[in-house]
Design a protein around this ligand. Structure first.
Ligand code: HEM
Length: 245
């Protein structure tokens, strides 16, 4: 009871909530990108992967519930921390340059966060539910017969000959519209910037800032965010210029 109150009511507790949920969400987006990059391989790969995920049934729903809880907590902690910060500052003008930078970063985090949220809602409607574009309706997705087995860590999880949804074609068709592709590219760009600033706040919460590792950590995070952006850019980019067929 006391622990819950400390966690949800104190500033450090809510910063910890932001950090932990942020790390879970980063793990999801990186894993999702690695899975999606299979679109560049034989159709068996991404179609087998999507079929495997769907076959997880209740486990998939458990992961979805955890992700939804993380997104909700992350947004709630972010908003309440920003409100507390504003209340504590009152109407006092910024005296120190560093404060201006901090206020800019936090406003930036909020606006990129809201756009990423809007993107996620559109994206689920687009690919998971299939309602954002009539051409990508789930019911219209062609079926595909697996040529070979699909393995995860050496274990066969989808057998050759199984009829699965042709998720690869759905993704490629989903990016046929250049405006949709452009929206994805802008959204993943903003998400990458959000991750870059988020990692900075994470290091501060964990007390890693002003540490002798700071510069090295910043370099690793910047390279990671750039790689994440390019990986995500590659999929709609390749589809829209006709490199993915
Ligand atoms: C070019 C980039 C991306 C591609 C090609 C892509 C592809 C897909 C596909 C095909 C699905 C539907 C899976 C299915 O139901 O069979 C999906 C679901 C999803 N994607 Fe993405 N995605 C991309 C980027 C992102 C990003 C950047 C995020 C997060 C910010 C994201 C979050 C999600 C979520 C939350 C789902 C729903 C998962 C579920 O079924 O519960 N995706 N994505």
């Amino acid at each position: 009871m006391e622990l819950g109150r400390n966690l949800f009511c104190s500033t450090i507790g809510r910063k910890l909530i932001m950090a932990v949920t942020g790390v879970v969400l980063i793990a999801f987006v990186v894993g999702h990108l690695v899975g999606n990059l299979q679109v560049f391989e034989d159709p068996d790969r991404i179609n087998g992967y999507a079929h495997f995920l769907q076959s997880l049934g209740p486990a998939l729903w458990a992961v979805r519930i955890v992700l939804l809880a993380c997104v909700t907590l992350h947004i709630w902690a972010g908003i309440t921390l920003a409100l507390d910060d504003r209340r504590a500052r009152g109407d006092e003008p910024y005296a120190v340059n560093r404060w201006i930078q901090a206020a800019f970063a936090s406003r930036y985090m909020r606006s990129t966060g809201y756009i990423v949220l809007a993107f996620i809602i559109y994206h689920i409607a687009h690919f998971t539910v299939g309602v954002a574009q009539p051409a990508t309706f789930k019911t219209n997705i062609a079926h595909y017969t697996m040529k070979g087995d699909y393995h995860v860590l050496g274990v066969t999880v989808v057998r050759g000959g199984t009829e699965v949804l042709d998720v690869r074609s759905m993704v490629i068709r989903g990016f046929e519209n250049p405006l949709v592709s452009l929206f994805y590219m802008v959204a993943v760009g903003l998400l990458s910037v959000h991750l870059l600033h988020g990692a900075d706040s994470l290091f501060q919460t964990l007390g890693l800032r002003n540490h002798r590792w700071e510069r090295f950590l910043q370099l690793v995070v910047t390279a990671g965010c750039a790689a994440y952006f390019l990986g995500n850019l590659a999929i709609p980019g390749a589809a829209v210029v006709g490199l993915l067929k």
